[in-house]
Design a protein around this ligand. Sequence first.
Ligand code: HEM
Length: 219
Amino acid sequence: MATKINQWLDERTAWHKVWEVIFLRKIPKVNWFYTLGSASLFVALNQAITGILLTIYYVPTPDHAYDSVQYITTQVPLGWLIRGLHHWGASALIILVVLHMLRVIIFGAYKYPREVTWFTGVFLLLVVIGFGFTGYLLPWDQKAFWATTVGTRIAGTPPLIGDYLLRIIRGGPEITAVTLVRFFGTHVWVLPSLLLILIGIHLYLIIRNGISAKPKRGK
Ligand code: HEM
């Protein structure tokens, strides 16, 4: 029965071929450093799932943001775990992505024909940092408020465009409800969309070009 369903589906979708290309492709002999990209992918997935669950209770307004986070942590069943996974996952993701990038640099894996994979990686790094920056404000406590005050002030320091940049990021001269909603929208819609597109291209290119082999002495 299962074989028949499988055959019926494969005839119409060729899913077996897709599975083969993605999961059964040949890779050169590598080492543990090559697992850092997959580890980043795994934590990114954790962030997506726990992030979606957090939005069920989180309220992005100055009146309710702090209380909703406290409610998640102390009242919602397993809320502390979901929040904890998202909180620590954020730091883990940044560390893993940076280590992954260092592996790529040290092994020279950014060279021909993987330059475009590298470019998408650079944007991925910026997106991951963007997640950290926008997510930090969301608990709306003192630490969040003042960290964002400092962070946005730094963005306001370049000559000519600084003030303009600061107002765009804050949604006005001060940090207000507009800033909170702007950061929330960016954190849950803009950045995840970008992340999805960039990871899609990144993984396509990794499969298209194959994973680079360990560099040998003198090459
Ligand atoms: C969310 C962030 C990222 C994810 C999920 C991700 C995922 C992956 C995965 C699964 C691989 C294949 C396995 C491996 O080499 O570890 C890979 C390879 C690669 N990544 Fe990333 N990556 C990310 C960020 C970056 C960054 C920041 C850079 C560089 C700026 C980068 C550049 C590359 C390159 C050049 C390769 C090809 C390496 C090779 O063929 O040996 N990636 N990435």
